[in-house]
Design a protein around this ligand. Structure first.
Ligand SMILES: [Zn+2]
Length: 1088
């Protein structure tokens, strides 16, 4: 019988307690670089290496002029020998390498061979026959390509690498990636080796790293932390005892299992029954343009997504999601073989489309209709290619969230929303992780913001830990999404990320304390679970209205030209669709004088125009945070768009019988593409002895022009210099005093009310020093307000003396290089009870880090101001009571902002601006910024900006809403030989009832048989789509008319044009009833 070990009576020798922090530091040695690296695990990771010579023969073709030729074109050229150590450039150039690879005999029997390539830039591996198979990101980010086993045969094998001379974040000159790119960077090819990998050593590396993180990141007073340290020390001891032998590495892995469990070498680790909390999903956030142009994004997509196809083959638990239909379409068009590979994975369910939008767009500035089209084009793309729509809107990285997104999402088939960016707020901490987000109209979506607070997690121990420690909704639910993978050309998840997550799940199940990660689910699965909880009675917290982002407020203003083009493209698309609808159905009106012709609704061109508009709304393009190259690209797209748009307008108008060129022989028609009648001053086409201006009149049933040549007490405006430097401009509505070029008095005659506070100046230009903490193009920081400086006018001159219009020009010098000429005008056309003072500024802008704004102090008191947003109004404070109020020191508006009190108010209209502030009774429109990064020349040059002061008796109402539409869509004059033939068409679509109801869009049905682009089965017959909304925030009722257009059926549908409810046709077949909630957006489909 063995005697049990006895507890000795006498101590053998002294034994000390571990000095904790020393041992904690010591374990870093085992896997890191530095002086001991070769004597620790890093020295064992590779068993052999071959470079140059017969093993790796390199030759190169360098296309000229920064061209990016395709495979066929590139490989048709001669390749010249090259080698490791050679330098390639400049920035943005492309170099095609042919690699002739022969595995040397000493590596032939190794277990695992990789080809390592690192030139500190991006690359794409192509097979010899032209299939792109794998992306590479230099600087150690992703440099390995696993060699096929067939290549271990000692024979020569050939493949190609397409090298792009840019890094993940472009070509920034130094360590600061948002500085403008250096056009002359060169890249040294540092590595082109065949490498034999010791897989056990590599695995032990990950084991040790994760256990070491447990020692470092679990609470210092936890047993789990101390245990992790002891396991790491034991692994090191075994390695030292075995002198780093293969056996000692195997022994180390055995020891690691104490902490990781037995299953971390496969996806089996996820099979335990225990309830997971964190749902891992692979992702690669590829900015559609940013610090590189679109052309590079197209390559980043194929590089990243081919990597993922490879990883999905090797790791069955991985799920990868990709958003942005545009990126999918680029892959489909440019890399069909890669697209087929992706498509097969989509079918398997491992590669998952997500998001339902065309691009990950900005949501502050696009119009309501643009947001609708982001989803219409996105969802239709995904459905046409993969037979499925997305149910979750995916927008991790954008700079604020419109209050109408929940409604539009639901109308586009998405009831859930994923995002993250609000964690960047630099004043207040947003309080929820999972919540119901509620639109202006009361519609909700289930929103989740990942508590790991990143959409490019490296699947670190800390990311998983933070999924619980930063979870803000744990009183209701403790689950979260962990979105991991390198973004922007980093190529998405790496094998390392996936291996780490296996260990982390092992730790959760073996020692606990860490939230359990689950893989193998989709984003949709994750939200399905949340939605099920909501359906089963979990009453998630609500957040009403805008998710205002407390950072990046400069993005409402930066890159003014691009923003103006966005507004203009939205206007022209509205007109093209409206007029093309009339033209394509012109014979379908009862008693129509038009015969059927060959004219076809120009669906293809309209799609191209929309796709261009939607692309430019990408969240670094429209906000102005991209490099200069991106704006060269978008300028080109917009120029093409406007050219196409003008052509389509001309074609549609000709189809409706209008003269191609204005002719005084025929009747003049002021063309009104909006659905209410307009009486306003219209600029005439030039013709000999003709008037410069006329007034539109006659309503929608007899649109005509009235001359404005005689002074008339009802019509006409006047101007006189009442004192030196003081001008009085007057019309039926206002008396305006302009002193020294600014408005010192604006007297509303009917309201008998002075609009400008005594001693204050409206139209005053002010300039601010504008140096935010870091993100120049993005941010304007609150302290810029302290540097306000008034810009004095130095010259005033009268330009137009009336009676049609009076105007004067005020000239302001900003600096030696910059100036502003502002035309202040009053119109003589005043039939309606709406009038405004118009200001048009021409600006030559050459400043550095300055912010130009224009001020309007008004005699109105309210603690809230109103701003137009998509399909509605958002109200924000005019004071700085709390930090939440103060954070909104600069906000986004669309065509107008308004400050009203009981009985009276003032609206400020604009034609191209988005930044605004109302502080007390001071309204301030933001005009131009001058950031120098990432575009060194942002906004330099000439600008044309129109804005207006619209005072009104009574509350904010349809007058502001409609006048702002008019202001952005000035009427043009055409001539027609038989006006009465076209009037029934032009006046057909309108609403009688509450004036808050707006017909925003008139278009043809996407899938009408004479319209369809063929992506979906055609829908029999012809139809008209009308988008209508309540613009003021109250129940709105009326009747929607279509004149004598012969309609057989009418449906209320969603924005994807799925019929939902049939609507009764009333008024002898000429109308339907409309009854909307406050701020509801409704889509009607009228079937002919
Ligand atoms: Zn982004």
């Amino acid at each position: 019988m063995a005697s049990s070990p006895s507890y000795p009576k006498l101590v053998d020798r002294p034994k000390g307690q571990q000095i904790h922090h020393l041992y904690l530091d010591r374990i870093k040695q085992f896997i890191s670089g530095g002086q001991y690296a070769q004597h620790n695990l890093p020295g064992k990771l590779y068993e052999g290496r071959a470079s140059g010579g017969e093993s790796v023969k390199l030759s190169v073709y360098s296309p000229p002029n920064l061209e990016r030729p395709n495979f066929k074109e590139a490989t048709s050229h001669d390749f010249k020998p090259t080698k490791v150590g050679e330098v390639f450039g400049p920035s943005w150039s492309t170099h095609w390498f042919r690699i002739q690879l022969r595995v040397p005999s000493d590596l032939k029997d190794k277990e695992h061979l990789e080809f390592h390539w690192d030139a500190n830039n991006e690359g794409l591996i192509w097979t010899e026959d032209g299939v792109p198979v794998h992306g590479l990101t230099g600087g150690g980010e992703r440099v390995e390509y696993i060699l096929p086993k067939e290549w271990y045969d000692g024979e020569e094998h050939v493949f190609y690498i397409e090298m792009a001379c840019n890094k993940m974040f472009g070509n920034a000159p130094g360590g600061d990636s948002i500085q403008p790119p250096n056009p002359n960077l060169y890249y040294r090819l540092g590595t082109a080796d065949i490498v034999a990998v010791n897989l056990e050593a590599r695995a032990l590396h990950i084991d040790f790293w994760m256990i070491g993180d447990g020692a470092r990141e679990f609470p210092g007073n936890s047993w789990e932390s101390h245990e992790a340290l002891q396991v790491c020390l034991a692994i090191m001891d075994a390695f030292i005892a075995g002198n780093g032998s293969k056996e000692s590495i195997v022994e180390g892995r055995k020891i690691a299992r104490k902490y990781l469990g037995d299953h971390v070498d496969s996806a089996k680790v996820y099979d335990s029954e225990k309830e997971p909390l964190v749902y891992g999903i692979g992702h690669c956030h590829i900015d559609t343009c940013w610090l590189w142009p679109w052309a590079e994004t197209k390559r980043k997509v194929v590089r990243s997504w081919t990597n993922q196809c490879d990883l999905l083959d090797r790791y069955p638990e991985l799920r990868f999601c990709a958003s942005s239909a545009q990126q999918w379409k680029w892959l489909e068009q440019l890399y069909p073989a890669a697209f087929d590979r992706v498509k097969a994975k989509v079918k398997e369910g491992t590669f998952q489309p997500v998001g339902g939008s065309w691009v990950e767009h900005d949501t502050n500035m696009p119009s309501g209709e643009s947001l609708v089209r982001q989803f219409l084009y996105g969802q239709r793309y995904f459905e046409s290619r993969f037979g499925q729509r997305c149910r979750t809107f995916w927008l991790p990285d954008t700079f604020g969230y419109s209050s109408q997104l929940p409604q539009i999402c639901r109308l586009a088939g998405m009831s859930r929303f994923f995002t993250q960016k609000l964690s960047w707020n630099n004043i207040n901490n947003f309080p929820h992780t999972t919540f119901n987000w509620v639109s202006l109209d009361g519609t909700q979506v289930l929103c989740h913001m990942t508590p790991a607070e990143t959409y490019t997690a490296s699947a670190h121990f800390g990311d998983v830990k933070r999924s619980i420690t930063q979870h803000k909704s744990m009183d209701q639910d403790n689950t979260s999404l962990l979105v991991f993978g390198k973004g922007d050309g980093g190529g998405g998840p790496t094998w390392e990320h996936i291996e780490k997550l296996r260990r982390l799940r092992g730790i959760s199940d073996t020692v606990g304390l860490l939230p359990r990660v689950k893989m193998g689910n989709s984003v949709e699965d994750f939200f399905d679970q949340l939605q099920k909880k909501a359906e089963n009675g979990l009453d998630f917290v609500t957040w009403y209205g805008e998710l205002y982002f407390e950072l990046h407020r400069g993005t409402y203003t930066t890159q003014a030209n691009n923003k103006r083009n966005n507004r203009r493209s939205e206007v022209i698309l509205h007109d093209v669709e409206y007029l093309a609808t009339l033209a394509s159905l012109k014979s379908a009106w009862k008693d129509s004088k038009f015969a059927e012709t060959k004219y076809k609704y120009p669906k293809k061109e309209i799609d191209e125009m929309w796709e261009a508009t939607l692309l430019c709304q990408f969240h670094d393009c429209l906000p102005g945070s991209s490099i200069e190259m991106c704006y060269d690209d978008s300028d080109e797209l917009y120029a093409k768009l406007f050219k196409t748009g003008e052509r389509l307008l001309t074609e549609a108008l000709q189809e409706l019988g209008f003269d191609k060129n204005f002719s005084i022989k025929n009747k003049s028609v002021p063309l009104n593409t909006l659905s209410w009648s307009r009486c306003e001053l219209v600029k005439m086409p030039p013709f000999p002895n003709g008037p410069v201006y006329c007034v539109s009149g006659g309503g929608r049933n007899n649109p005509s022009l009235l001359p404005l040549s005689v002074p008339n007490p009802v019509l006409g405006a006047s101007i006189e210099e009442v004192r030196k430097g003081v001008y009085k401009l007057a019309n039926r509505h206002f008396e305006v005093e302009v002193s020294d070029g600014v408005i010192t008095s604006l007297y509303d005659i009917q309201a008998r009310r002075e609009v400008i506070p005594k001693g204050k100046k409206a139209g005053q230009l002010v300039i601010f020093d504008d140096k935010p903490l870091y993100w120049q193009a993005w941010d304007v920081e609150v302290y810029h307000l302290d540097s306000r400086t008034e810009l004095p006018v130095h010259k005033v001159s009268v330009v137009e003396g009336g009676p049609a219009r009076v105007s004067l020009v005020a000239e302001t010098k900003i600096s030696d290089r910059s100036w502003v000429k502002t035309t202040i005008s009053l119109s003589g056309a005043c039939f309606d009870d709406v009038a405004y003072v118009k200001l048009e500024s021409e600006v030559e802008w050459r400043e550095t880090m300055k912010f130009l704004k224009v001020e309007f102090p008004v005699n109105v008191m309210n603690t809230e101001a109103s701003y137009e947003t998509q399909f509605g109004i958002v109200r924000r404070p005019t004071h700085y009571n709390t930090s939440w109020d103060m954070a909104k020191f600069e906000v986004c508006c669309h065509k107008w902002a308004d400050l009203s009190e009981n009985g009276y108010g003032v609206s400020i209209l604009n034609d191209s601006k988005y930044g605004f502030a109302t502080v007390g009774n001071l309204m301030r429109l933001s005009l131009l910024r001058a950031p120098k990064a990432p575009d060194a020349h942002a906004d330099m040059g000439r600008h044309h900006i129109s804005y207006a002061i619209l005072p009104h008796s009574g509350p904010l109402d349809h007058r502001t809403v409609r006048t702002a539409f008019n202001f952005n869509n000035p009427m043009k004059v055409y001539s027609h030989p038989d006006k009465q033939s076209v009037v029934p068409l032009l006046s057909a679509f309108n609403i009688i009832g509450d004036k808050s109801l707006i017909i925003d869009t008139v278009k043809r049905g996407e899938d009408d048989e004479d319209v369809s682009a063929g992506d979906f089965p055609a829908r029999k017959g012809r139809s008209v789509i009308l988008r209508v909304y309540d613009s003021l925030g109250g129940r709105a009722r009326g009747k929607l008319y279509w004149g004598k257009l012969q309609i057989s059926k009418a449906y209320k549908c969603n924005v994807l044009e799925d019929d939902e409810d049939e609507v009764d046709i009333v008024e002898d077949g000429m109308a339907i009833k409309v009854d909307l909630r406050a701020f509801e957006v409704a889509t009607f489909r009228l079937q002919l």
